[in-house]
Design a protein around this ligand. Structure first.
Ligand code: ADP
Ligand code: F6P
Length: 362
């Protein structure tokens, strides 16, 4: 017999295609195990404002093909305050919610930890197009976003080719260049620009001039939204539009700029996202039923596994160079080594893909 009678599920932070598939899997697996499910509307704000709906197997029917999230999503600063947190806990108690599955990114997992620390066991499931959670190889939504990007870039290529233009395409990803790097390679871009690796502007411009000289007409450069430069007043500005102007000035090649922005967050999830979301959702319920909490479901070398949220978030800060004093104190030497290995693996993967992009993108 499960010690849980009822669990809650929510989606939080930026939405991602595949979140619905995860909601469906969590709901159906829990019901199958005799556990009721409440859907929490609008992320953590739904917990604060008692905005909940019961989820039956039928309620999640037909959502696996839909982008967005049927539970809606939100960024909820109030949840970060003790007062907001206490309201959320009170809602869990009032509605007999014994545990929470939170689908989202690293911010969402921080919220899940806070709930666990206050007595509501919580499990995280990844859902973000950015693939920016260091401890997992994959986050739900990434594949759909990549496919949307390459489809859109393919269209831009057609018109670039007709008009002999260059097009800079800026894609989301926050501080993580994976979306730009992988789609740049897959869409045959002449150059890729990501926050993790310094961009050799002179070389890129040189390559464009050479390419044009041997007859190349259409040219695409994929750039991540996380690449910034300083303007004349010392303010950070996104590099994409700056690069567009420089290319035009230095090469004479007519150059356009396109920011794909939120277009990339929508759409029906790919097979990869539907399947991964389903596997991760089922695993989240299994973990709760096994008495585990404060864990995040991750993908490691193709396997669906799980790890402690605090470990995952600390590894993430380590990778992003954001460790604060004392962050590592709670971990053993072996655990710190494990975190370093995770960071190293991610760094090497990005470096080797970027190296390959430099070799073949022209
Ligand atoms: P993501 O989950 O995609 O990283 P956010 O960083 O916006 O997105 O986080 C989503 C939500 O998670 C926030 O709006 C907030 O409600 C909650 N959250 C984020 N950081 C914390 C934190 N440090 N403590 C508690 N809750 C948090
Ligand atoms: O984290 C997902 C993401 O789409 C990022 O790629 C992007 O920087 C951010 O969210 C945009 O957030 P918002 O939807 O609040 O504009």
């Amino acid at each position: 017999m499960s010690k849980f009678k009822r669990i809650g599920v929510l989606t939080s932070g930026g939405d991602a295609p595949g979140m619905n598939a995860a909601i469906r899997a969590i709901t159906r697996k829990a019901i199958d195990e005799g556990v009721e499910v409440m859907g929490i509307i609008g992320g953590y704000s739904g917990l604060i404002n008692e905005n909940l709906i019961p989820l039956s197997s039928g309620a999640v029917s037909n959502i696996i093909t839909h982008g967005g999230t049927m539970l809606y999503s939100n960024r909820c600063p109030e949840f970060k305050t003790e007062e907001g947190m206490q309201k959320a806990i009170a809602t869990c108690k009032k509605y007999d919610i014994d545990a929470i599955v939170a689908i989202g990114g690293d911010g969402t997992f921080r919220g899940a930890t806070d709930l666990t620390l206050r007595g509501i066991p919580a499990i995280g499931v990844t859902g973000t197009i950015d693939n920016d959670i260091t401890a997992t190889d994959y986050t739900v939504g990434f594949d759909t976003a990549m496919n949307t990007i390459i489809e859109t870039v393919d269209r831009l290529r057609d018109t670039c080719e007709s008009h002999a233009r260059c097009n800079i395409v800026e894609v989301m990803g926050r501080d993580c260049g994976q979306l730009a790097l992988m789609t740049g390679i897959a869409s045959g871009a002449v150059a890729v620009c990501i926050p993790e690796i310094p961009f050799d502007e002179d070389k890129a411009i040189d390559e464009l001039i050479k390419a044009r000289a041997y007859g190349k007409r259409g040219m695409i450069i994929v750039i991540s939204e996380g690449v910034f430069v300083k303007d004349e007043n010392g303010n950070d500005v996104r590099y994409g539009e700056v690069l567009k102007n420089k290319i035009q000035e230095k090469t004479g090649i007519e150059t356009k700029f396109a920011r794909l922005a939120h277009v990339v967050r929508g759409g029906s999830p790919t097979l990869r996202d539907r399947l991964t979301a389903t596997r991760m959702g089922v695993r989240a319920v299994e973990l709760l039923l096994d008495g585990k909490s404060n864990m995040v479901v991750v993908e490691e070398d193709g396997r669906i596994t799980s790890m402690d949220i605090l470990f995952a978030l600390t590894a993430d800060r380590m990778y992003k160079g954001k460790l604060k004093d004392g962050d590592l104190d709670k971990f053993s030497e072996a655990e710190i080594k494990e975190m370093e290995a995770i960071c190293d693996k991610r760094r090497k993967e990005i470096e080797s893909l970027y190296e390959m992009a430099c070799e073949i993108c022209r």
